[in-house]
Design a protein around this ligand. Structure first.
Ligand code: NAD
Ligand code: UDP
Length: 335
């Protein structure tokens, strides 16, 4: 695939049109982020190894001649002249990140290290997609950035949680040691169009099950809580964090503070779809956090950011997307 990036020194590009690397750009959030940056007129280069990303997500993006794609695993070093880097590379859904836990940990640690070294080489600003999982099964509710978390370092979720914690530490140390210009978003559960039907996270599972009139699989008794953020709100948050005149180098929570039980989510999805599915219970996964709600005081105060899309509206848009997806032939879905 040809490179749309001009090969010369990145600092020759005007400030308004920048060269932006999005690692993990073929995934759910990455596709939305690339689209936003392309629409603003930037050169975007997506680096992805397709662990969970999809080529079909890139079809929309390849319509821009300012978009290019490199198939690459971020655990290996890379050298591309860039002005900015977004590190979204890492499988985010528990079944996917637990399928190859060693590689998940390597992705967060070596991937972050390689991208931070690239940031140093080109003096690029770098953004890390961190996660609410750094709080583990929290003993403080809601979770503020000052909370250090309650993470099991020796369990099935540890490869993801500890990898993301180690990545935050690397970002912190590159900032302190080399003056790297960092931004870190601690993202809480986010959903929306362009998730994979087989992603495995709760919103896509319930929507797909409801649309197929299959059993809705509630893990445990469904009383555990999550706060669900619609993807457009989150991407706006990324944008404000990255480009705000008020620079924040510390981690910032990004999520929707409205909290729902998993059972409530199942009921809402069933109401909106009019599905004839029934709720069935499956065992609660090991170390499944009991509750999650972001304290977004910092994002509100420093960035003027808060989510705007209520759950029902976000679910309607997501359901409409999956309805169109599920009408497609099986071989197109599998791409
Ligand atoms: P996703 O699984 O859809 O996307 C991850 C992308 O990273 C995929 O395209 C995948 O192929 C790519 N990738 C994985 N390992 C890689 C590697 N070693 N080299 C190159 N590419 C690699 O997940 P998402 O929901 O889009 O999440 C994006 C980022 O945001 C992740 O880092 C995730 O940890 C973080 N995050 C997401 C959420 C959420 O609710 N969506 C919550 C917290 C954090
Ligand atoms: N969950 C569920 N049924 C599913 C998928 C997930 O009940 O089909 C539950 C899961 O046990 C957790 C919550 O929904 O309590 C959110 O799970 P998800 O995998 O979306 O994200 P995470 O656990 O990482 O927050």
């Amino acid at each position: 695939m040809s490179m749309a990036f001009p090969p010369s020194n990145p600092r020759s590009v005007g400030k308004s049109k920048r060269r932006i690397l999005v690692a993990g750009g073929a995934g759910f959030l990455g596709t939305h982020l690339c689209m936003r940056l392309l629409c603003e007129g930037h050169f975007v280069i997506c680096v992805d190894n397709f662990t969970t990303g999809q080529m079909k997500n890139l079809r929309y993006l390849l319509q821009f001649d300012t978009f290019s794609f490199v198939r690459h695993d971020v655990t290996e070093p890379l050298d591309l002249p860039v002005d900015e880097i977004y590190n979204l590379a890492c499988p985010a859904s528990p079944p996917h990140y637990q399928a190859d836990p060693v590689h998940t940990l390597k992705t967060s640690m070596f991937g972050s290290l390689n991208l931070l070294e690239l940031a140093v080489r080109y003096q690029a600003r770098i953004f890390q997609a961190s996660t609410s999982e750094v709080y583990g099964d929290p003993l403080m509710h809601p979770q503020a950035e000052t909370y250090w978390g309650n993470v099991n370092p020796f369990g099935p979720r540890s490869c993801y949680d500890e990898g993301k914690r180690a990545a935050e530490t690397l970002f912190h140390d590159f900032h302190n040691q080399y003056g790297t210009d960092i931004r870190i978003a601690r993202i809480f559960n986010t959903y929306g169009p362009r998730m994979r039907p087989d992603d495995g996270r709760v919103v896509s599972n319930f929507v797909v099950q409801a649309l197929r009139n299959e059993d809705i699989t509630v893990y445990g008794d469904g009383s555990q809580t999550r706060s669900f953020c619609y993807v457009d709100d989150l991407i706006e948050g990324f944008h404000r964090l990255m480009y705000s005149p008020h620079v924040i180098h510390a981690p910032v929570n990004m999520g929707n503070p409205n909290e729902f039980t998993v059972r409530e989510l199942a009921e809402r999805v069933m109401d909106i779809t009019g599905s004839s599915s029934r709720i069935v219970h499956r065992p609660l996964p090991v170390d499944d956090p009991r509750q999650r709600r972001p304290d977004i005081t910092v994002a509100k105060r420093e960035l003027g950011w808060e989510p705007r899309v209520v759950l029902d509206d976000g679910l309607k848009a997501t359901i409409a997307f999956f309805e169109r997806q599920l009408m497609k032939p099986a071989e197109e879905l599998a791409e």
